[in-house]
Design a binder for this molecule. Structure first.
Ligand code: THU
Length: 130
C-alpha cells in the first residue's frame, strides 16, 4: 500500500463523517505493519467535548481488533494539510515510535509527510513512568 492508495482510502471514508455541528468532515486511513488498513471519521456529539477525531477513531478500531504496530496514517480534511490535534498525537505516541509517518493530504496528488517525532517531540511515554 503506497501513500496515494492510503490517501484514497481516507478520502473515500470521509463521506461517513458524522459532523453536523462543525460541518467539517475528516477521514483517516491507518496502515498497520501487516498491511491491513483501518479507516476512521470524526464522530461529533451535541455535547461537543465528546467528539472523537477521525485519527483516533481509526486507531481505536485497529487496536480493538488486536493491531498494535503501525506504519502510517493519511488524514484528509477540507483543503489544507490538516494537522492532527494534540489528543490524537498523544494516542499515536502510545502505539507508535518516532518514525511513524503522518500524511497530511489535500488530495492524492498533493500531500506532505512528517514523522511523529517531528510533530510530537519530547513526548510523554511509558518510559517516563519508570
Ligand atoms: N477533527 C478531526 O477529526 N481530526 C483532526 O485532525 C482535527 C479535527 C475534527 C474534530 C471535529 O469533529 C471537527 O474536526 C472540527 O474540529
Amino acid at each position: 500500500m503506497n501513500e496515494k492508495e492510503l490517501i484514497l482510502r481516507a478520502i473515500e471514508i470521509k463521506k461517513n463523517s458524522y459532523s453536523p455541528y462543525s460541518d467539517f468532515a475528516v477521514g483517516a486511513a491507518l496502515l498497520c505493519a501487516d498491511g491491513e488498513v483501518f479507516t476512521g471519521v470524526n464522530v461529533e456529539n451535541v455535547s461537543f467535548g465528546l467528539t472523537n477525531c477521525a485519527e483516533r477513531t481509526a486507531f481505536f478500531k485497529a487496536v480493538s481488533e488486536g493491531k498494535r504496530t503501525f506504519e502510517a496514517i493519511a488524514i484528509v480534511g477540507k483543503d489544507t494539510y490538516l494537522s492532527p490535534c494534540g489528543a490524537c498525537r498523544q494516542v499515536m505516541a502510545e502505539f507508535c515510535d518516532e518514525n511513524f509517518r503522518i500524511i497530511f493530504a489535500k488530495n492524492e496528488n498533493d500531500y506532505i509527510v512528517k514523522t511523529l517525532g517531528e510533530i510530537l517531540p519530547f513526548s510523554f511515554t511509558e518510559v517516563d513512568m519508570k
